[in-house]
Design a protein around this ligand. Structure first.
Ligand code: SAH
Length: 281
């Protein structure tokens, strides 16, 4: 039986209707399931965190290959199906919880080197990426996300699609596109196309202060029509003269717009601002 028929049968047996408010679009393309597993590279010693396990289409492959799998799923109905379908396994823990409410730093530590995988629930994908990318305990992350979010992540300097997500994620990680997936690879068929993206931890130059860096990036992108001089002086509440000096020291035109800057430029600007704050008086 094909994956689509298997899933539809499963949903009928369990009297389950997919919920759009939980972004429930289940993968029904066998090739993509295998590609995802291959891209994450599952080994016997691996600790895997799966986000949005659904009916367990990825989970069943993961438990067969990995040392330990923690599968998070918010929907209690699905958690029940998941338990039945994947079965009780020594190396599997199902967390029937909202991923945004789990304190992951309490579960994982830097030495865990977790591999994170999932067809991310689309309504929280950007939030999750910004949240997870800053954690120090992951080794690789492979996610299916909306094509539009993937394009934002991968857009180069000068591209209008760039935003806070692009810059912040690229500070912490190297982002690579794996493959585009058509809407028909899911059931129910979503309105938009998806893309599988892989993240690997990679920091270029350290920022002095991560919060200040985030604030600097956010300030720059608040009003896209405005120049950096205007954005920074208004949003960071800095005198225009100070912003002029910072931009000139960073060798960036005061007329530049946020989308033209590279992540290195933001790091430099944020570090100069912080250095100024550390000076006595
Ligand atoms: N991995 C499955 C399901 C993908 S759909 C498959 O590929 O077939 C996304 C899944 O994320 C759904 O099962 C949905 O219930 C779950 N989900 C949505 N919001 C969530 C949240 N906040 N925390 C955990 N899981 C969530």
């Amino acid at each position: 039986m094909k994956l689509k028929e298997k899933l539809q049968h499963l949903l009928v047996v369990h009297n389950f209707s997919p919920k759009s408010f939980f972004s429930q679009n289940f993968l029904i393309d066998e090739k993509i399931v295998h590609r995802l597993i291959e891209e994450i590279g599952v080994e016997k010693e691996d600790f895997i965190l799966e986000i949005g396990a659904g009916t367990g289409i990825l989970t069943s492959h993961l438990v067969r290959k990995a040392g330990k799998v923690w599968a998070v799923e918010i929907d209690e109905e699905l958690c029940k199906i998941l338990r039945e379908e994947v079965g009780e396994k020594d190396n599997l823990k199902i967390l029937c919880k909202d991923i945004t409410r789990i304190d992951l730093d309490k579960i994982f530590s830097e030495k865990d080197k977790v591999k994170v995988v999932g067809n991310l629930p689309y309504h929280i994908a950007s939030w999750l990426l910004l949240h997870l990318v800053r954690k120090k305990w992951w080794k690789v992350m492979v996610f299916t996300i909306q094509r539009e979010v993937a394009q934002r992540l991968l857009s180069p300097p000068g591209d209008k699609k760039r935003g806070v997500l692009t810059v912040v994620v690229s500070y912490y990680a190297k982002v690579e596109k794996v493959i585009d997936i058509p809407p028909q690879a899911f059931y129910p068929v979503p309105k938009v196309g998806s893309t599988v993206v892989r993240f690997r931890p990679e920091k270029k130059v350290e920022v002095f202060n991560e919060r200040a860096f985030l604030a600097t990036v956010k300030a720059a992108f608040t009003t896209r029509r405005k120049t950096l001089l205007n954005c920074f002086s208004r949003e960071l509440r800095l005198p225009r003269e100070v912003v002029r000096d910072i931009l000139s020291e960073s060798e960036i035109s005061e007329k530049a717009r946020a989308e033209q800057l590279r992540v290195e430029d933001f790091i430099r600007i944020s570090n100069i601002i912080q250095r100024g704050k550390d000076l006595p008086g």
